[in-house]
Design a protein around this ligand. Structure first.
Ligand SMILES: Nc1ncnc2c1ncn2[C@@H]1O[C@H](COP(=O)(O)OP(=O)(O)OP(=O)(O)O)[C@@H](O)[C@H]1O
Ligand SMILES: [Mg+2]
Length: 248
């Protein structure tokens, strides 16, 4: 088996007496879409926070392309190829959609400097390309705060893509989206298949089944099952955790 692009190895984290990450081992293969599902409070967002370097684990390792990320800041992890989106989208509301992407482009270590990035037509065109990839064609001049909720989720994705990640950590990209917006998000993520690996935290099971190559199930901080959609659906532990009965 080829080396995974992202490997989470024996990760542990407690908040006081609450064990939110309990010996979690999980890998994402290059170009794989790996879904992480589990009930509210299972520890999914906390896991993303640890991979990204926002929350320090108590033990265990996170490796990107075989390299241990311990002690690397969030900024360095982004430079190595990790990017994320949030359950509640984090965008600069007062700035235009294009400027949000420009800010991410300017943060790249290119050796170039822009006193006024808006006047650099190459940079602006590049920003628009990321908006198009995220399904936001024609929205570049709109203030992020004036975008619909679903469009803000897409903008956050465009910002993440502008860092040119190797692995995208997506924390509930469908959260709060209507059926039309969800379908659009699924299409956009499907369009990224093969270009970037994804760890997809999601409650929307039709979206998970439409996108995921593999699914891992997290319950009370522990991975209780991992495999294809069919394997996970047939797993008695998953049936008990989700439905309270093995034969439901
Ligand atoms: N900073 C913190 N201090 C104490 N407890 C925390 C902290 N952050 C999260 N928790 C707790 O850790 C547990 C896991 O939370 P987390 O947000 O990771 O769950 P989740 O799986 O993302 O849930 P949801 O599906 O609702 O988003 C919860 O019980 C939560 O209350
Ligand atoms: Mg969460």
């Amino acid at each position: 088996m080829p080396e995974p692009i992202l490997a989470i190895d024996g990760l542990n984290k407690s908040f006081g007496g609450l064990r939110v990450t309990d010996d979690v081992t999980l890998s994402v293969a290059a170009q794989e879409i790996h879904a992480l599902i589990g009930p509210n409070g299972a520890g999914k967002s906390t896991l993303i926070g640890q991979v990204m370097g926002e929350i320090a684990p108590d033990g265990g390792r996170v490796l990107l392309a075989g390299r241990d990320l311990a002690r690397l800041s969030q900024a360095r992890r982004v430079r190595r190829g990790l990017a994320r989106t949030f359950q509640v989208p984090e965008v600069l509301g007062e700035y235009s959609a294009r400027d949000n992407v420009l800010a991410a482009l300017m943060a790249r270590p290119t050796g170039r400097f822009f006193f006024n990035p808006r006047r650099d037509s190459t940079l602006a065109a590049e920003a628009d390309t990321f908006l198009v990839h995220a399904g936001l064609e024609g929205r570049g001049d709109m203030r992020a705060a004036d975008l619909a909720h679903g469009e803000r989720k897409l903008l956050e994705l465009a910002v993440a893509l502008a860092t040119r990640p190797r692995v995208l950590l997506l924390d509930e990209p469908m959260a709060g989206l209507g059926p039309h917006e969800s379908a659009q998000m699924v299409e956009v993520l499907r369009g990224l298949r093969g270009k970037v690996a994804m760890l997809l935290v999601e409650h929307d099971m039709p979206a998970v089944f439409a996108l995921a190559d593999r699914i891992s199930v997290l319950v009370y901080g522990r991975i209780i099952a991992s495999g294809t959609a069919a394997e996970v659906q047939a797993d008695p532990n998953v049936r008990i955790a989700y439905l309270g009965t093995e034969d439901a």
